[in-house]
Design a protein around this ligand. Sequence first.
Ligand SMILES: NC(=O)C1=CN([C@@H]2O[C@H](COP(=O)(O)OP(=O)(O)OC[C@H]3O[C@@H](n4cnc5c(N)ncnc54)[C@H](OP(=O)(O)O)[C@@H]3O)[C@@H](O)[C@H]2O)C=CC1
Ligand SMILES: CC(=O)N[C@@H](CCC(=O)OP(=O)(O)O)C(=O)O
Length: 343
Amino acid sequence: MKRKIGIVGATGYTGVELLRLLSSHPDVEISYVTSREHAGSRVDAMFPNLRGYVDLEFSAPANDALSECALVFFATPNGIAMKSAQVLLDAGTKVIDLAADFRIKDIAVWEKWYGMRHASPRLVEEAVYGLPELNRAQIRAARLVANPGCYPTAVTLGLLPLVEKGLIDLDNVIADTKSGVSGAGRKAEVHTLLAEAGDNFKAYAVAGHRHQPEIAQTLSNIAHQSVNPVFVPHLLPMIRGIHATLYAKLSAEADLQPLYQQRYANEPFVDVLPAGSHPETRSVRGANFCRIALHRPGNGDQVVVLSVIDNLVKGAAGQAVQNMNLMLGLAENTALRQPGLLP
Ligand SMILES: NC(=O)C1=CN([C@@H]2O[C@H](COP(=O)(O)OP(=O)(O)OC[C@H]3O[C@@H](n4cnc5c(N)ncnc54)[C@H](OP(=O)(O)O)[C@@H]3O)[C@@H](O)[C@H]2O)C=CC1
Ligand SMILES: CC(=O)N[C@@H](CCC(=O)OP(=O)(O)O)C(=O)O
């Protein structure tokens, strides 16, 4: 029997991406999708790409209806899932939050970066950070998964083998990252208007971005010591995609290409390109892949790792579906086999 799935915040960019991916999933039935603003409207009236695939109306968020689902995704702004997760978990419904409510274990750090009091700190302890390449066994057993941020996914997968093996100087790691504008969500904002973001390129939040403590937490856990990379995001005039250029200094000699190939050999969604390649964001557009390439300019001790994802797929909804598959005991790649969309 198909498992019932709910999506809170189904009119946003990650919400509609969940609808697109789940509409072709053979083992689940999308049964309750919410929007406060568009409750009562048909999903395919707002998203015509889903005509013939999703025969539903948006409903107002309601915990009793959501509790009838096997699993609920929160594709909502920060601070929403933490208010409802306990009620759903008590009803036996599993929860995946695409926002940041359960990502950061240190509540004081979370409250500082997210500017609000945490409503359910006890659940933060229980939540599993949903990066399958790192936490697959725990995700399988989890009731509550914190889906990683988009930049942290690209950065962590790019650096993971080096940090795990203790091969780099952890005091000198730089993550220079660029995102398309869909990373900012679907709500109207001046900085994502075509006339502002088009034909333009800029860094932002150099003094501090909330993804820095998330990246630092994961890398520190892997390294068993504090790792605080410099993290600089930029906004690119494209719609989807993240390109991370990661700089680190080798502290021990190593053959990096086989190291990465072996680390990710059994990972269905991490593709290590031949040495010296230049991965393109369009090669992962619409796909759940992270593509990685390694460089050592001049054969020196500087490593440059290039890592690309689609922020809405491996950076959000695709990774969330991958986590759902694990949590429901399904094949991990179900509904996620699409290649990227070229050109
Ligand atoms: N865009 C991206 O690339 C990524 C986004 N994320 C995270 O995923 C989450 C969703 O992002 P995104 O889809 O871009 O956001 P959007 O702004 O595009 O969509 C937000 C959705 O949440 C709903 N919503 C807003 N406020 C509430 C509320 N108080 N209660 C219930 N529903 C609400 C909105 O519908 P309505 O107001 O009608 O209810 C809308 O459907 C965010 O936390 C974001 O940080 C994570 C990784 C990548
Ligand atoms: C381009 C852009 O604006 N990106 C967003 C990050 C993406 C996001 O949605 O944040 P979470 O992954 O933490 O949920 C930003 O920098 O705020």
